[in-house]
Ligand binder design. Structure first.
Ligand SMILES: *Cc1c(COP(=O)(O)O)cnc(C)c1O
Length: 349
């Protein structure tokens, strides 16, 4: 068990490229807190910078691009869906550092043929080299195909003397997750400054890189925060093991002896139906409720569904009255400008 300072010292030995504006704000949602009978705080990683369209991937990218620059790389490959926040934020961050972004994107939802929208539009504005892999024979195959095409492309570039750096989908790697060790320490520091413990920490989980970092940070500090991670897509039963192994790899990377167990966090799979990038009524109601009580925007793919989970926990009595509950806002509101298939009936009620 370490102090925040000691834990930060371990992180400080890793290569890191400054990209975002940290610490991100933490503030209380007064009106919703009253409605729900809890102290509800919002940790604003949606405001990470480096432009209006930041989010949780920027913290990971500080370590990933730090490593890329340390290794003298000049080109960055990454992967995701055509409306991937991660791909867009990676592109943004690459431009900031003078690296060339190359994206292999799977069209889970077909891009709007009338024109580019949302994150895909931003990828083009930033001048990323975009390759779209159509989802023809099931999502997993297309993802595999995208990886193979990217790998082969990186090999070709190496032969030409370029130095590619490959970032896995979501930036979920032992290096990427260091960003959310740092994020967890930052959050606990901010709550401590207000004299409050973190009783619950809710957030949306996708590739698991964010959760791995949070769980590792929690282990480092010996914190009792209950982490509730709301799945944004189907997760196989092995997901918790995969995430804790990722967390442990991050911890050993920084030379920490603390470890994470799969039981250290809860992954709740009850809120993503009918699937990734497909909206549901509970999620869309949660988006409208947060927008109309607090003036804050979430999205249909990740943060809105996660917020729906938090509201449901609070309203079904699973969060004791008066507890200090933090919602980590991971960003993603560019999805509000994505294809109709992604936003559903959001504007209709
Ligand atoms: C990527 C993303 C997540 C999930 O983060 P992981 O580290 O992939 O689990 C959550 N919310 C938003 C808005 C995202 O873009």
């Amino acid at each position: 068990m370490k102090s925040i300072e000691a834990a930060n010292e371990l992180l400080a030995r890793q290569p890191r490229q400054t990209l975002g504006f940290y610490p991100t704000p933490l503030h209380k949602l007064e009106r919703l807190s009253d409605e729900l009978g809890i102290n509800l705080y919002l940790k604003r990683d949606d405001l990470s910078g480096i432009n209006l369209f930041g989010g949780n991937k920027i913290r990971k990218l500080e370590y990933l691009l730090g490593d890329a620059i340390f290794k003298n790389c000049d080109t960055v490959f990454t992967y995701g869906a055509t409306q991937s926040n991660h791909a867009m934020q990676t592109t943004t961050a690459c431009r900031r550092c003078g690296l060339e972004p190359i994206l292999y994107l799977v069209s889970i939802v077909e891009p709007d043929s009338e024109g580019m929208r949302a994150n895909l539009l931003l990828d083009y504005i930033f001048g990323a080299e975009v390759h779209v892999v159509s989802e023809h024979s099931g999502e997993e195959d297309a993802e595999q195909l995208a990886y193979q095409m990217g790998e082969a492309h990186a090999v070709r570039l190496k032969k030409e003397g370029r130095r590619p750096y490959i970032i896995p989908i979501g930036g979920a790697s032992p290096i990427g997750s260091l960003g959310f060790i740092s994020g967890f320490l930052e959050l606990v520091g901010q709550m401590e400054a207000m004299g409050k413990p973190v009783d619950y920490l809710f957030h949306s989980t996708g590739t698991g890189g964010t959760l791995a970092g949070l769980a590792a940070g929690r282990a480092l500090l010996g914190s009792n925060a209950k982490i509730v991670s709301i799945a944004a897509s189907p997760k196989d039963p092995d997901y918790e093991n995969h995430v804790s192994s990722l967390a442990n790899q991050s911890l050993s990377l920084i030379g920490a002896e603390e470890t994470v167990e799969p039981g250290d966090f809860i992954v709740d799979r009850d809120y993503f139906a009918p699937g990734y990038e497909l909206p549901n009524e509970q999620g869309n109601n949660a988006i409208r409720r947060l927008a109309r009580t607090e003036g804050i925007l979430t999205d249909t793919v990740y943060s809105g569904k996660a917020f729906a989970g938090l509201l449901d926990y609070a309203e079904s009595g699973r969060l004791p009255k008066g507890s200090n509950v933090v919602f980590l806002h991971t960003g993603g509101a560019t999805a509000l400008f994505a294809e109709k298939e992604i936003i559903g009936d959001l504007a209709e009620k």
